[in-house]
Design a protein around this ligand. Structure first.
Ligand code: ASP
Length: 328
């Protein structure tokens, strides 16, 4: 069998980061050229042909619409090319959740699209980037990777973008998979899938947005008042995601202000500031009466991205927004 061709799209992040050498604490994400990472990987003798294209060289905290648009277009080219078996995106971990879910919702493909990142810069002792990259090649070139949506490969695990959540600031297994577990375990020598593919259709769930509406995340805190909600409406927020306490709760005056926002046509999604757990409808907050939406399994960062995609598609009605969140 000929070697699988894999399109590698570089965006930067810690995987392309370097700084104060093997033992230093400070570094700059995205400083290294994609070409040098790919050359390093090629030298390992992996059984794949890597074709690279640099989209950006930034820390993923600076990802925005222009980079997402360029990434989406480059993925579409890879999807359309019958010679390309899969796509790898090197990406910072800070916003891998956002990019992952955005592409998962908007790419029409069953080809594997794999995000890889690193928690340690490339020149740090024990750097994890090359291993994650090599594991990503194993996944992107595997015929069984088809139909699993966008994936994130970190710490020898393959996570579905819809489930991946960054849960630690610096450890190399920083991501959790919630509510479903990891899709597979992977090493450069092995790949074991735990579940059947879940995205069999080739069509995208939503069109890629022409622009991203302003959707804000409001974190709830004890003793807060409703002024922050009013401030968000004042700057033209088109949607609000509450990073609420527990099951998406907030002080009564804040919930009342959010209900007023919803009544004015600004959709409000209740997520949680807690690391894991579902936010269900009508548990302590009467969503039915107040016109609010429950984020279910999605944390605030992904809930915001989903809401932006929905609003950009003209989906604003609370019932339809809720249906999208229920679909997970
Ligand atoms: N700030 C970095 C980034 O997201 C962190 C990382 O890549 O792990 O680009």
């Amino acid at each position: 069998m000929s070697r699988q061709r894999i399109l590698v799209l570089g965006t930067g992040g810690t995987i392309a980061g370097s700084g104060s050498g093997a033992t230093g604490a400070t570094y700059r994400p995205g400083g290294l050229a994609l070409q040098s990472l790919v050359a390093h990987l090629d030298a390992l003798g992996l059984d794949a042909e890597l074709v690279s294209e640099e989209i950006a060289r930034i820390g993923s905290q600076d990802m925005g619409f222009a980079e997402w648009q360029a990434l989406h277009a480059a993925c579409l080219r890879g999807i359309a090319d019958p010679g390309v078996a899969g796509v790898i995106i090197t990406h910072g971990t800070d916003t891998a959740e956002e990019t992952g879910i955005l592409l998962d919702l908007t790419l029409p493909t069953t080809k594997p699209i794999v995000l890889v990142g690193a928690m340690r810069p490339a020149d740090a002792v024990g750097a994890d980037g090359m291993r994650n990259f090599a594991n990503g090649v194993k996944v992107a070139g595997d015929p069984q990777a088809a139909g699993r949506g966008v994936m994130l490969v970190m710490g020898d695990a393959v996570l579905a973008a819809r489930d991946a959540r960054k849960a630690a600031t610096s450890s190399i297994d920083a991501f959790r998979s919630f509510p479903r577990g990891a899709l597979a375990r992977v090493t450069p020598a092995s790949l074991d899938w735990f579940a059947p593919p879940h995205r069999m259709g080739e069509s995208a769930r939503y069109p890629f947005p022409g622009e991203l509406p302003r959707v804000a995340i409001l974190t709830a805190g004890a003793g807060m008042d409703e002024k922050p909600v009013e401030a968000l409406l004042g700057i033209g927020a088109q949607g609000i995601v509450l990073a609420g306490m527990g099951q998406g709760n907030a002080p009564a005056c804040v919930i009342a202000a959010l209900a007023r926002a919803a009544a004015r046509g600004v959709p409000v999604v209740r997520a949680t500031r807690v690391d894991e757990g579902l936010v269900d409808r009508n548990v302590e907050v009467d969503d039915d009466a107040l016109g609010l939406v429950a984020a279910r399994a999605l944390g605030p960062a992904k809930a915001r991205m989903v809401l932006m995609v929905l609003l950009a598609s003209g989906i604003t009605d609370a019932r339809h927004v809720q249906a999208a969140f229920d679909a997970g």
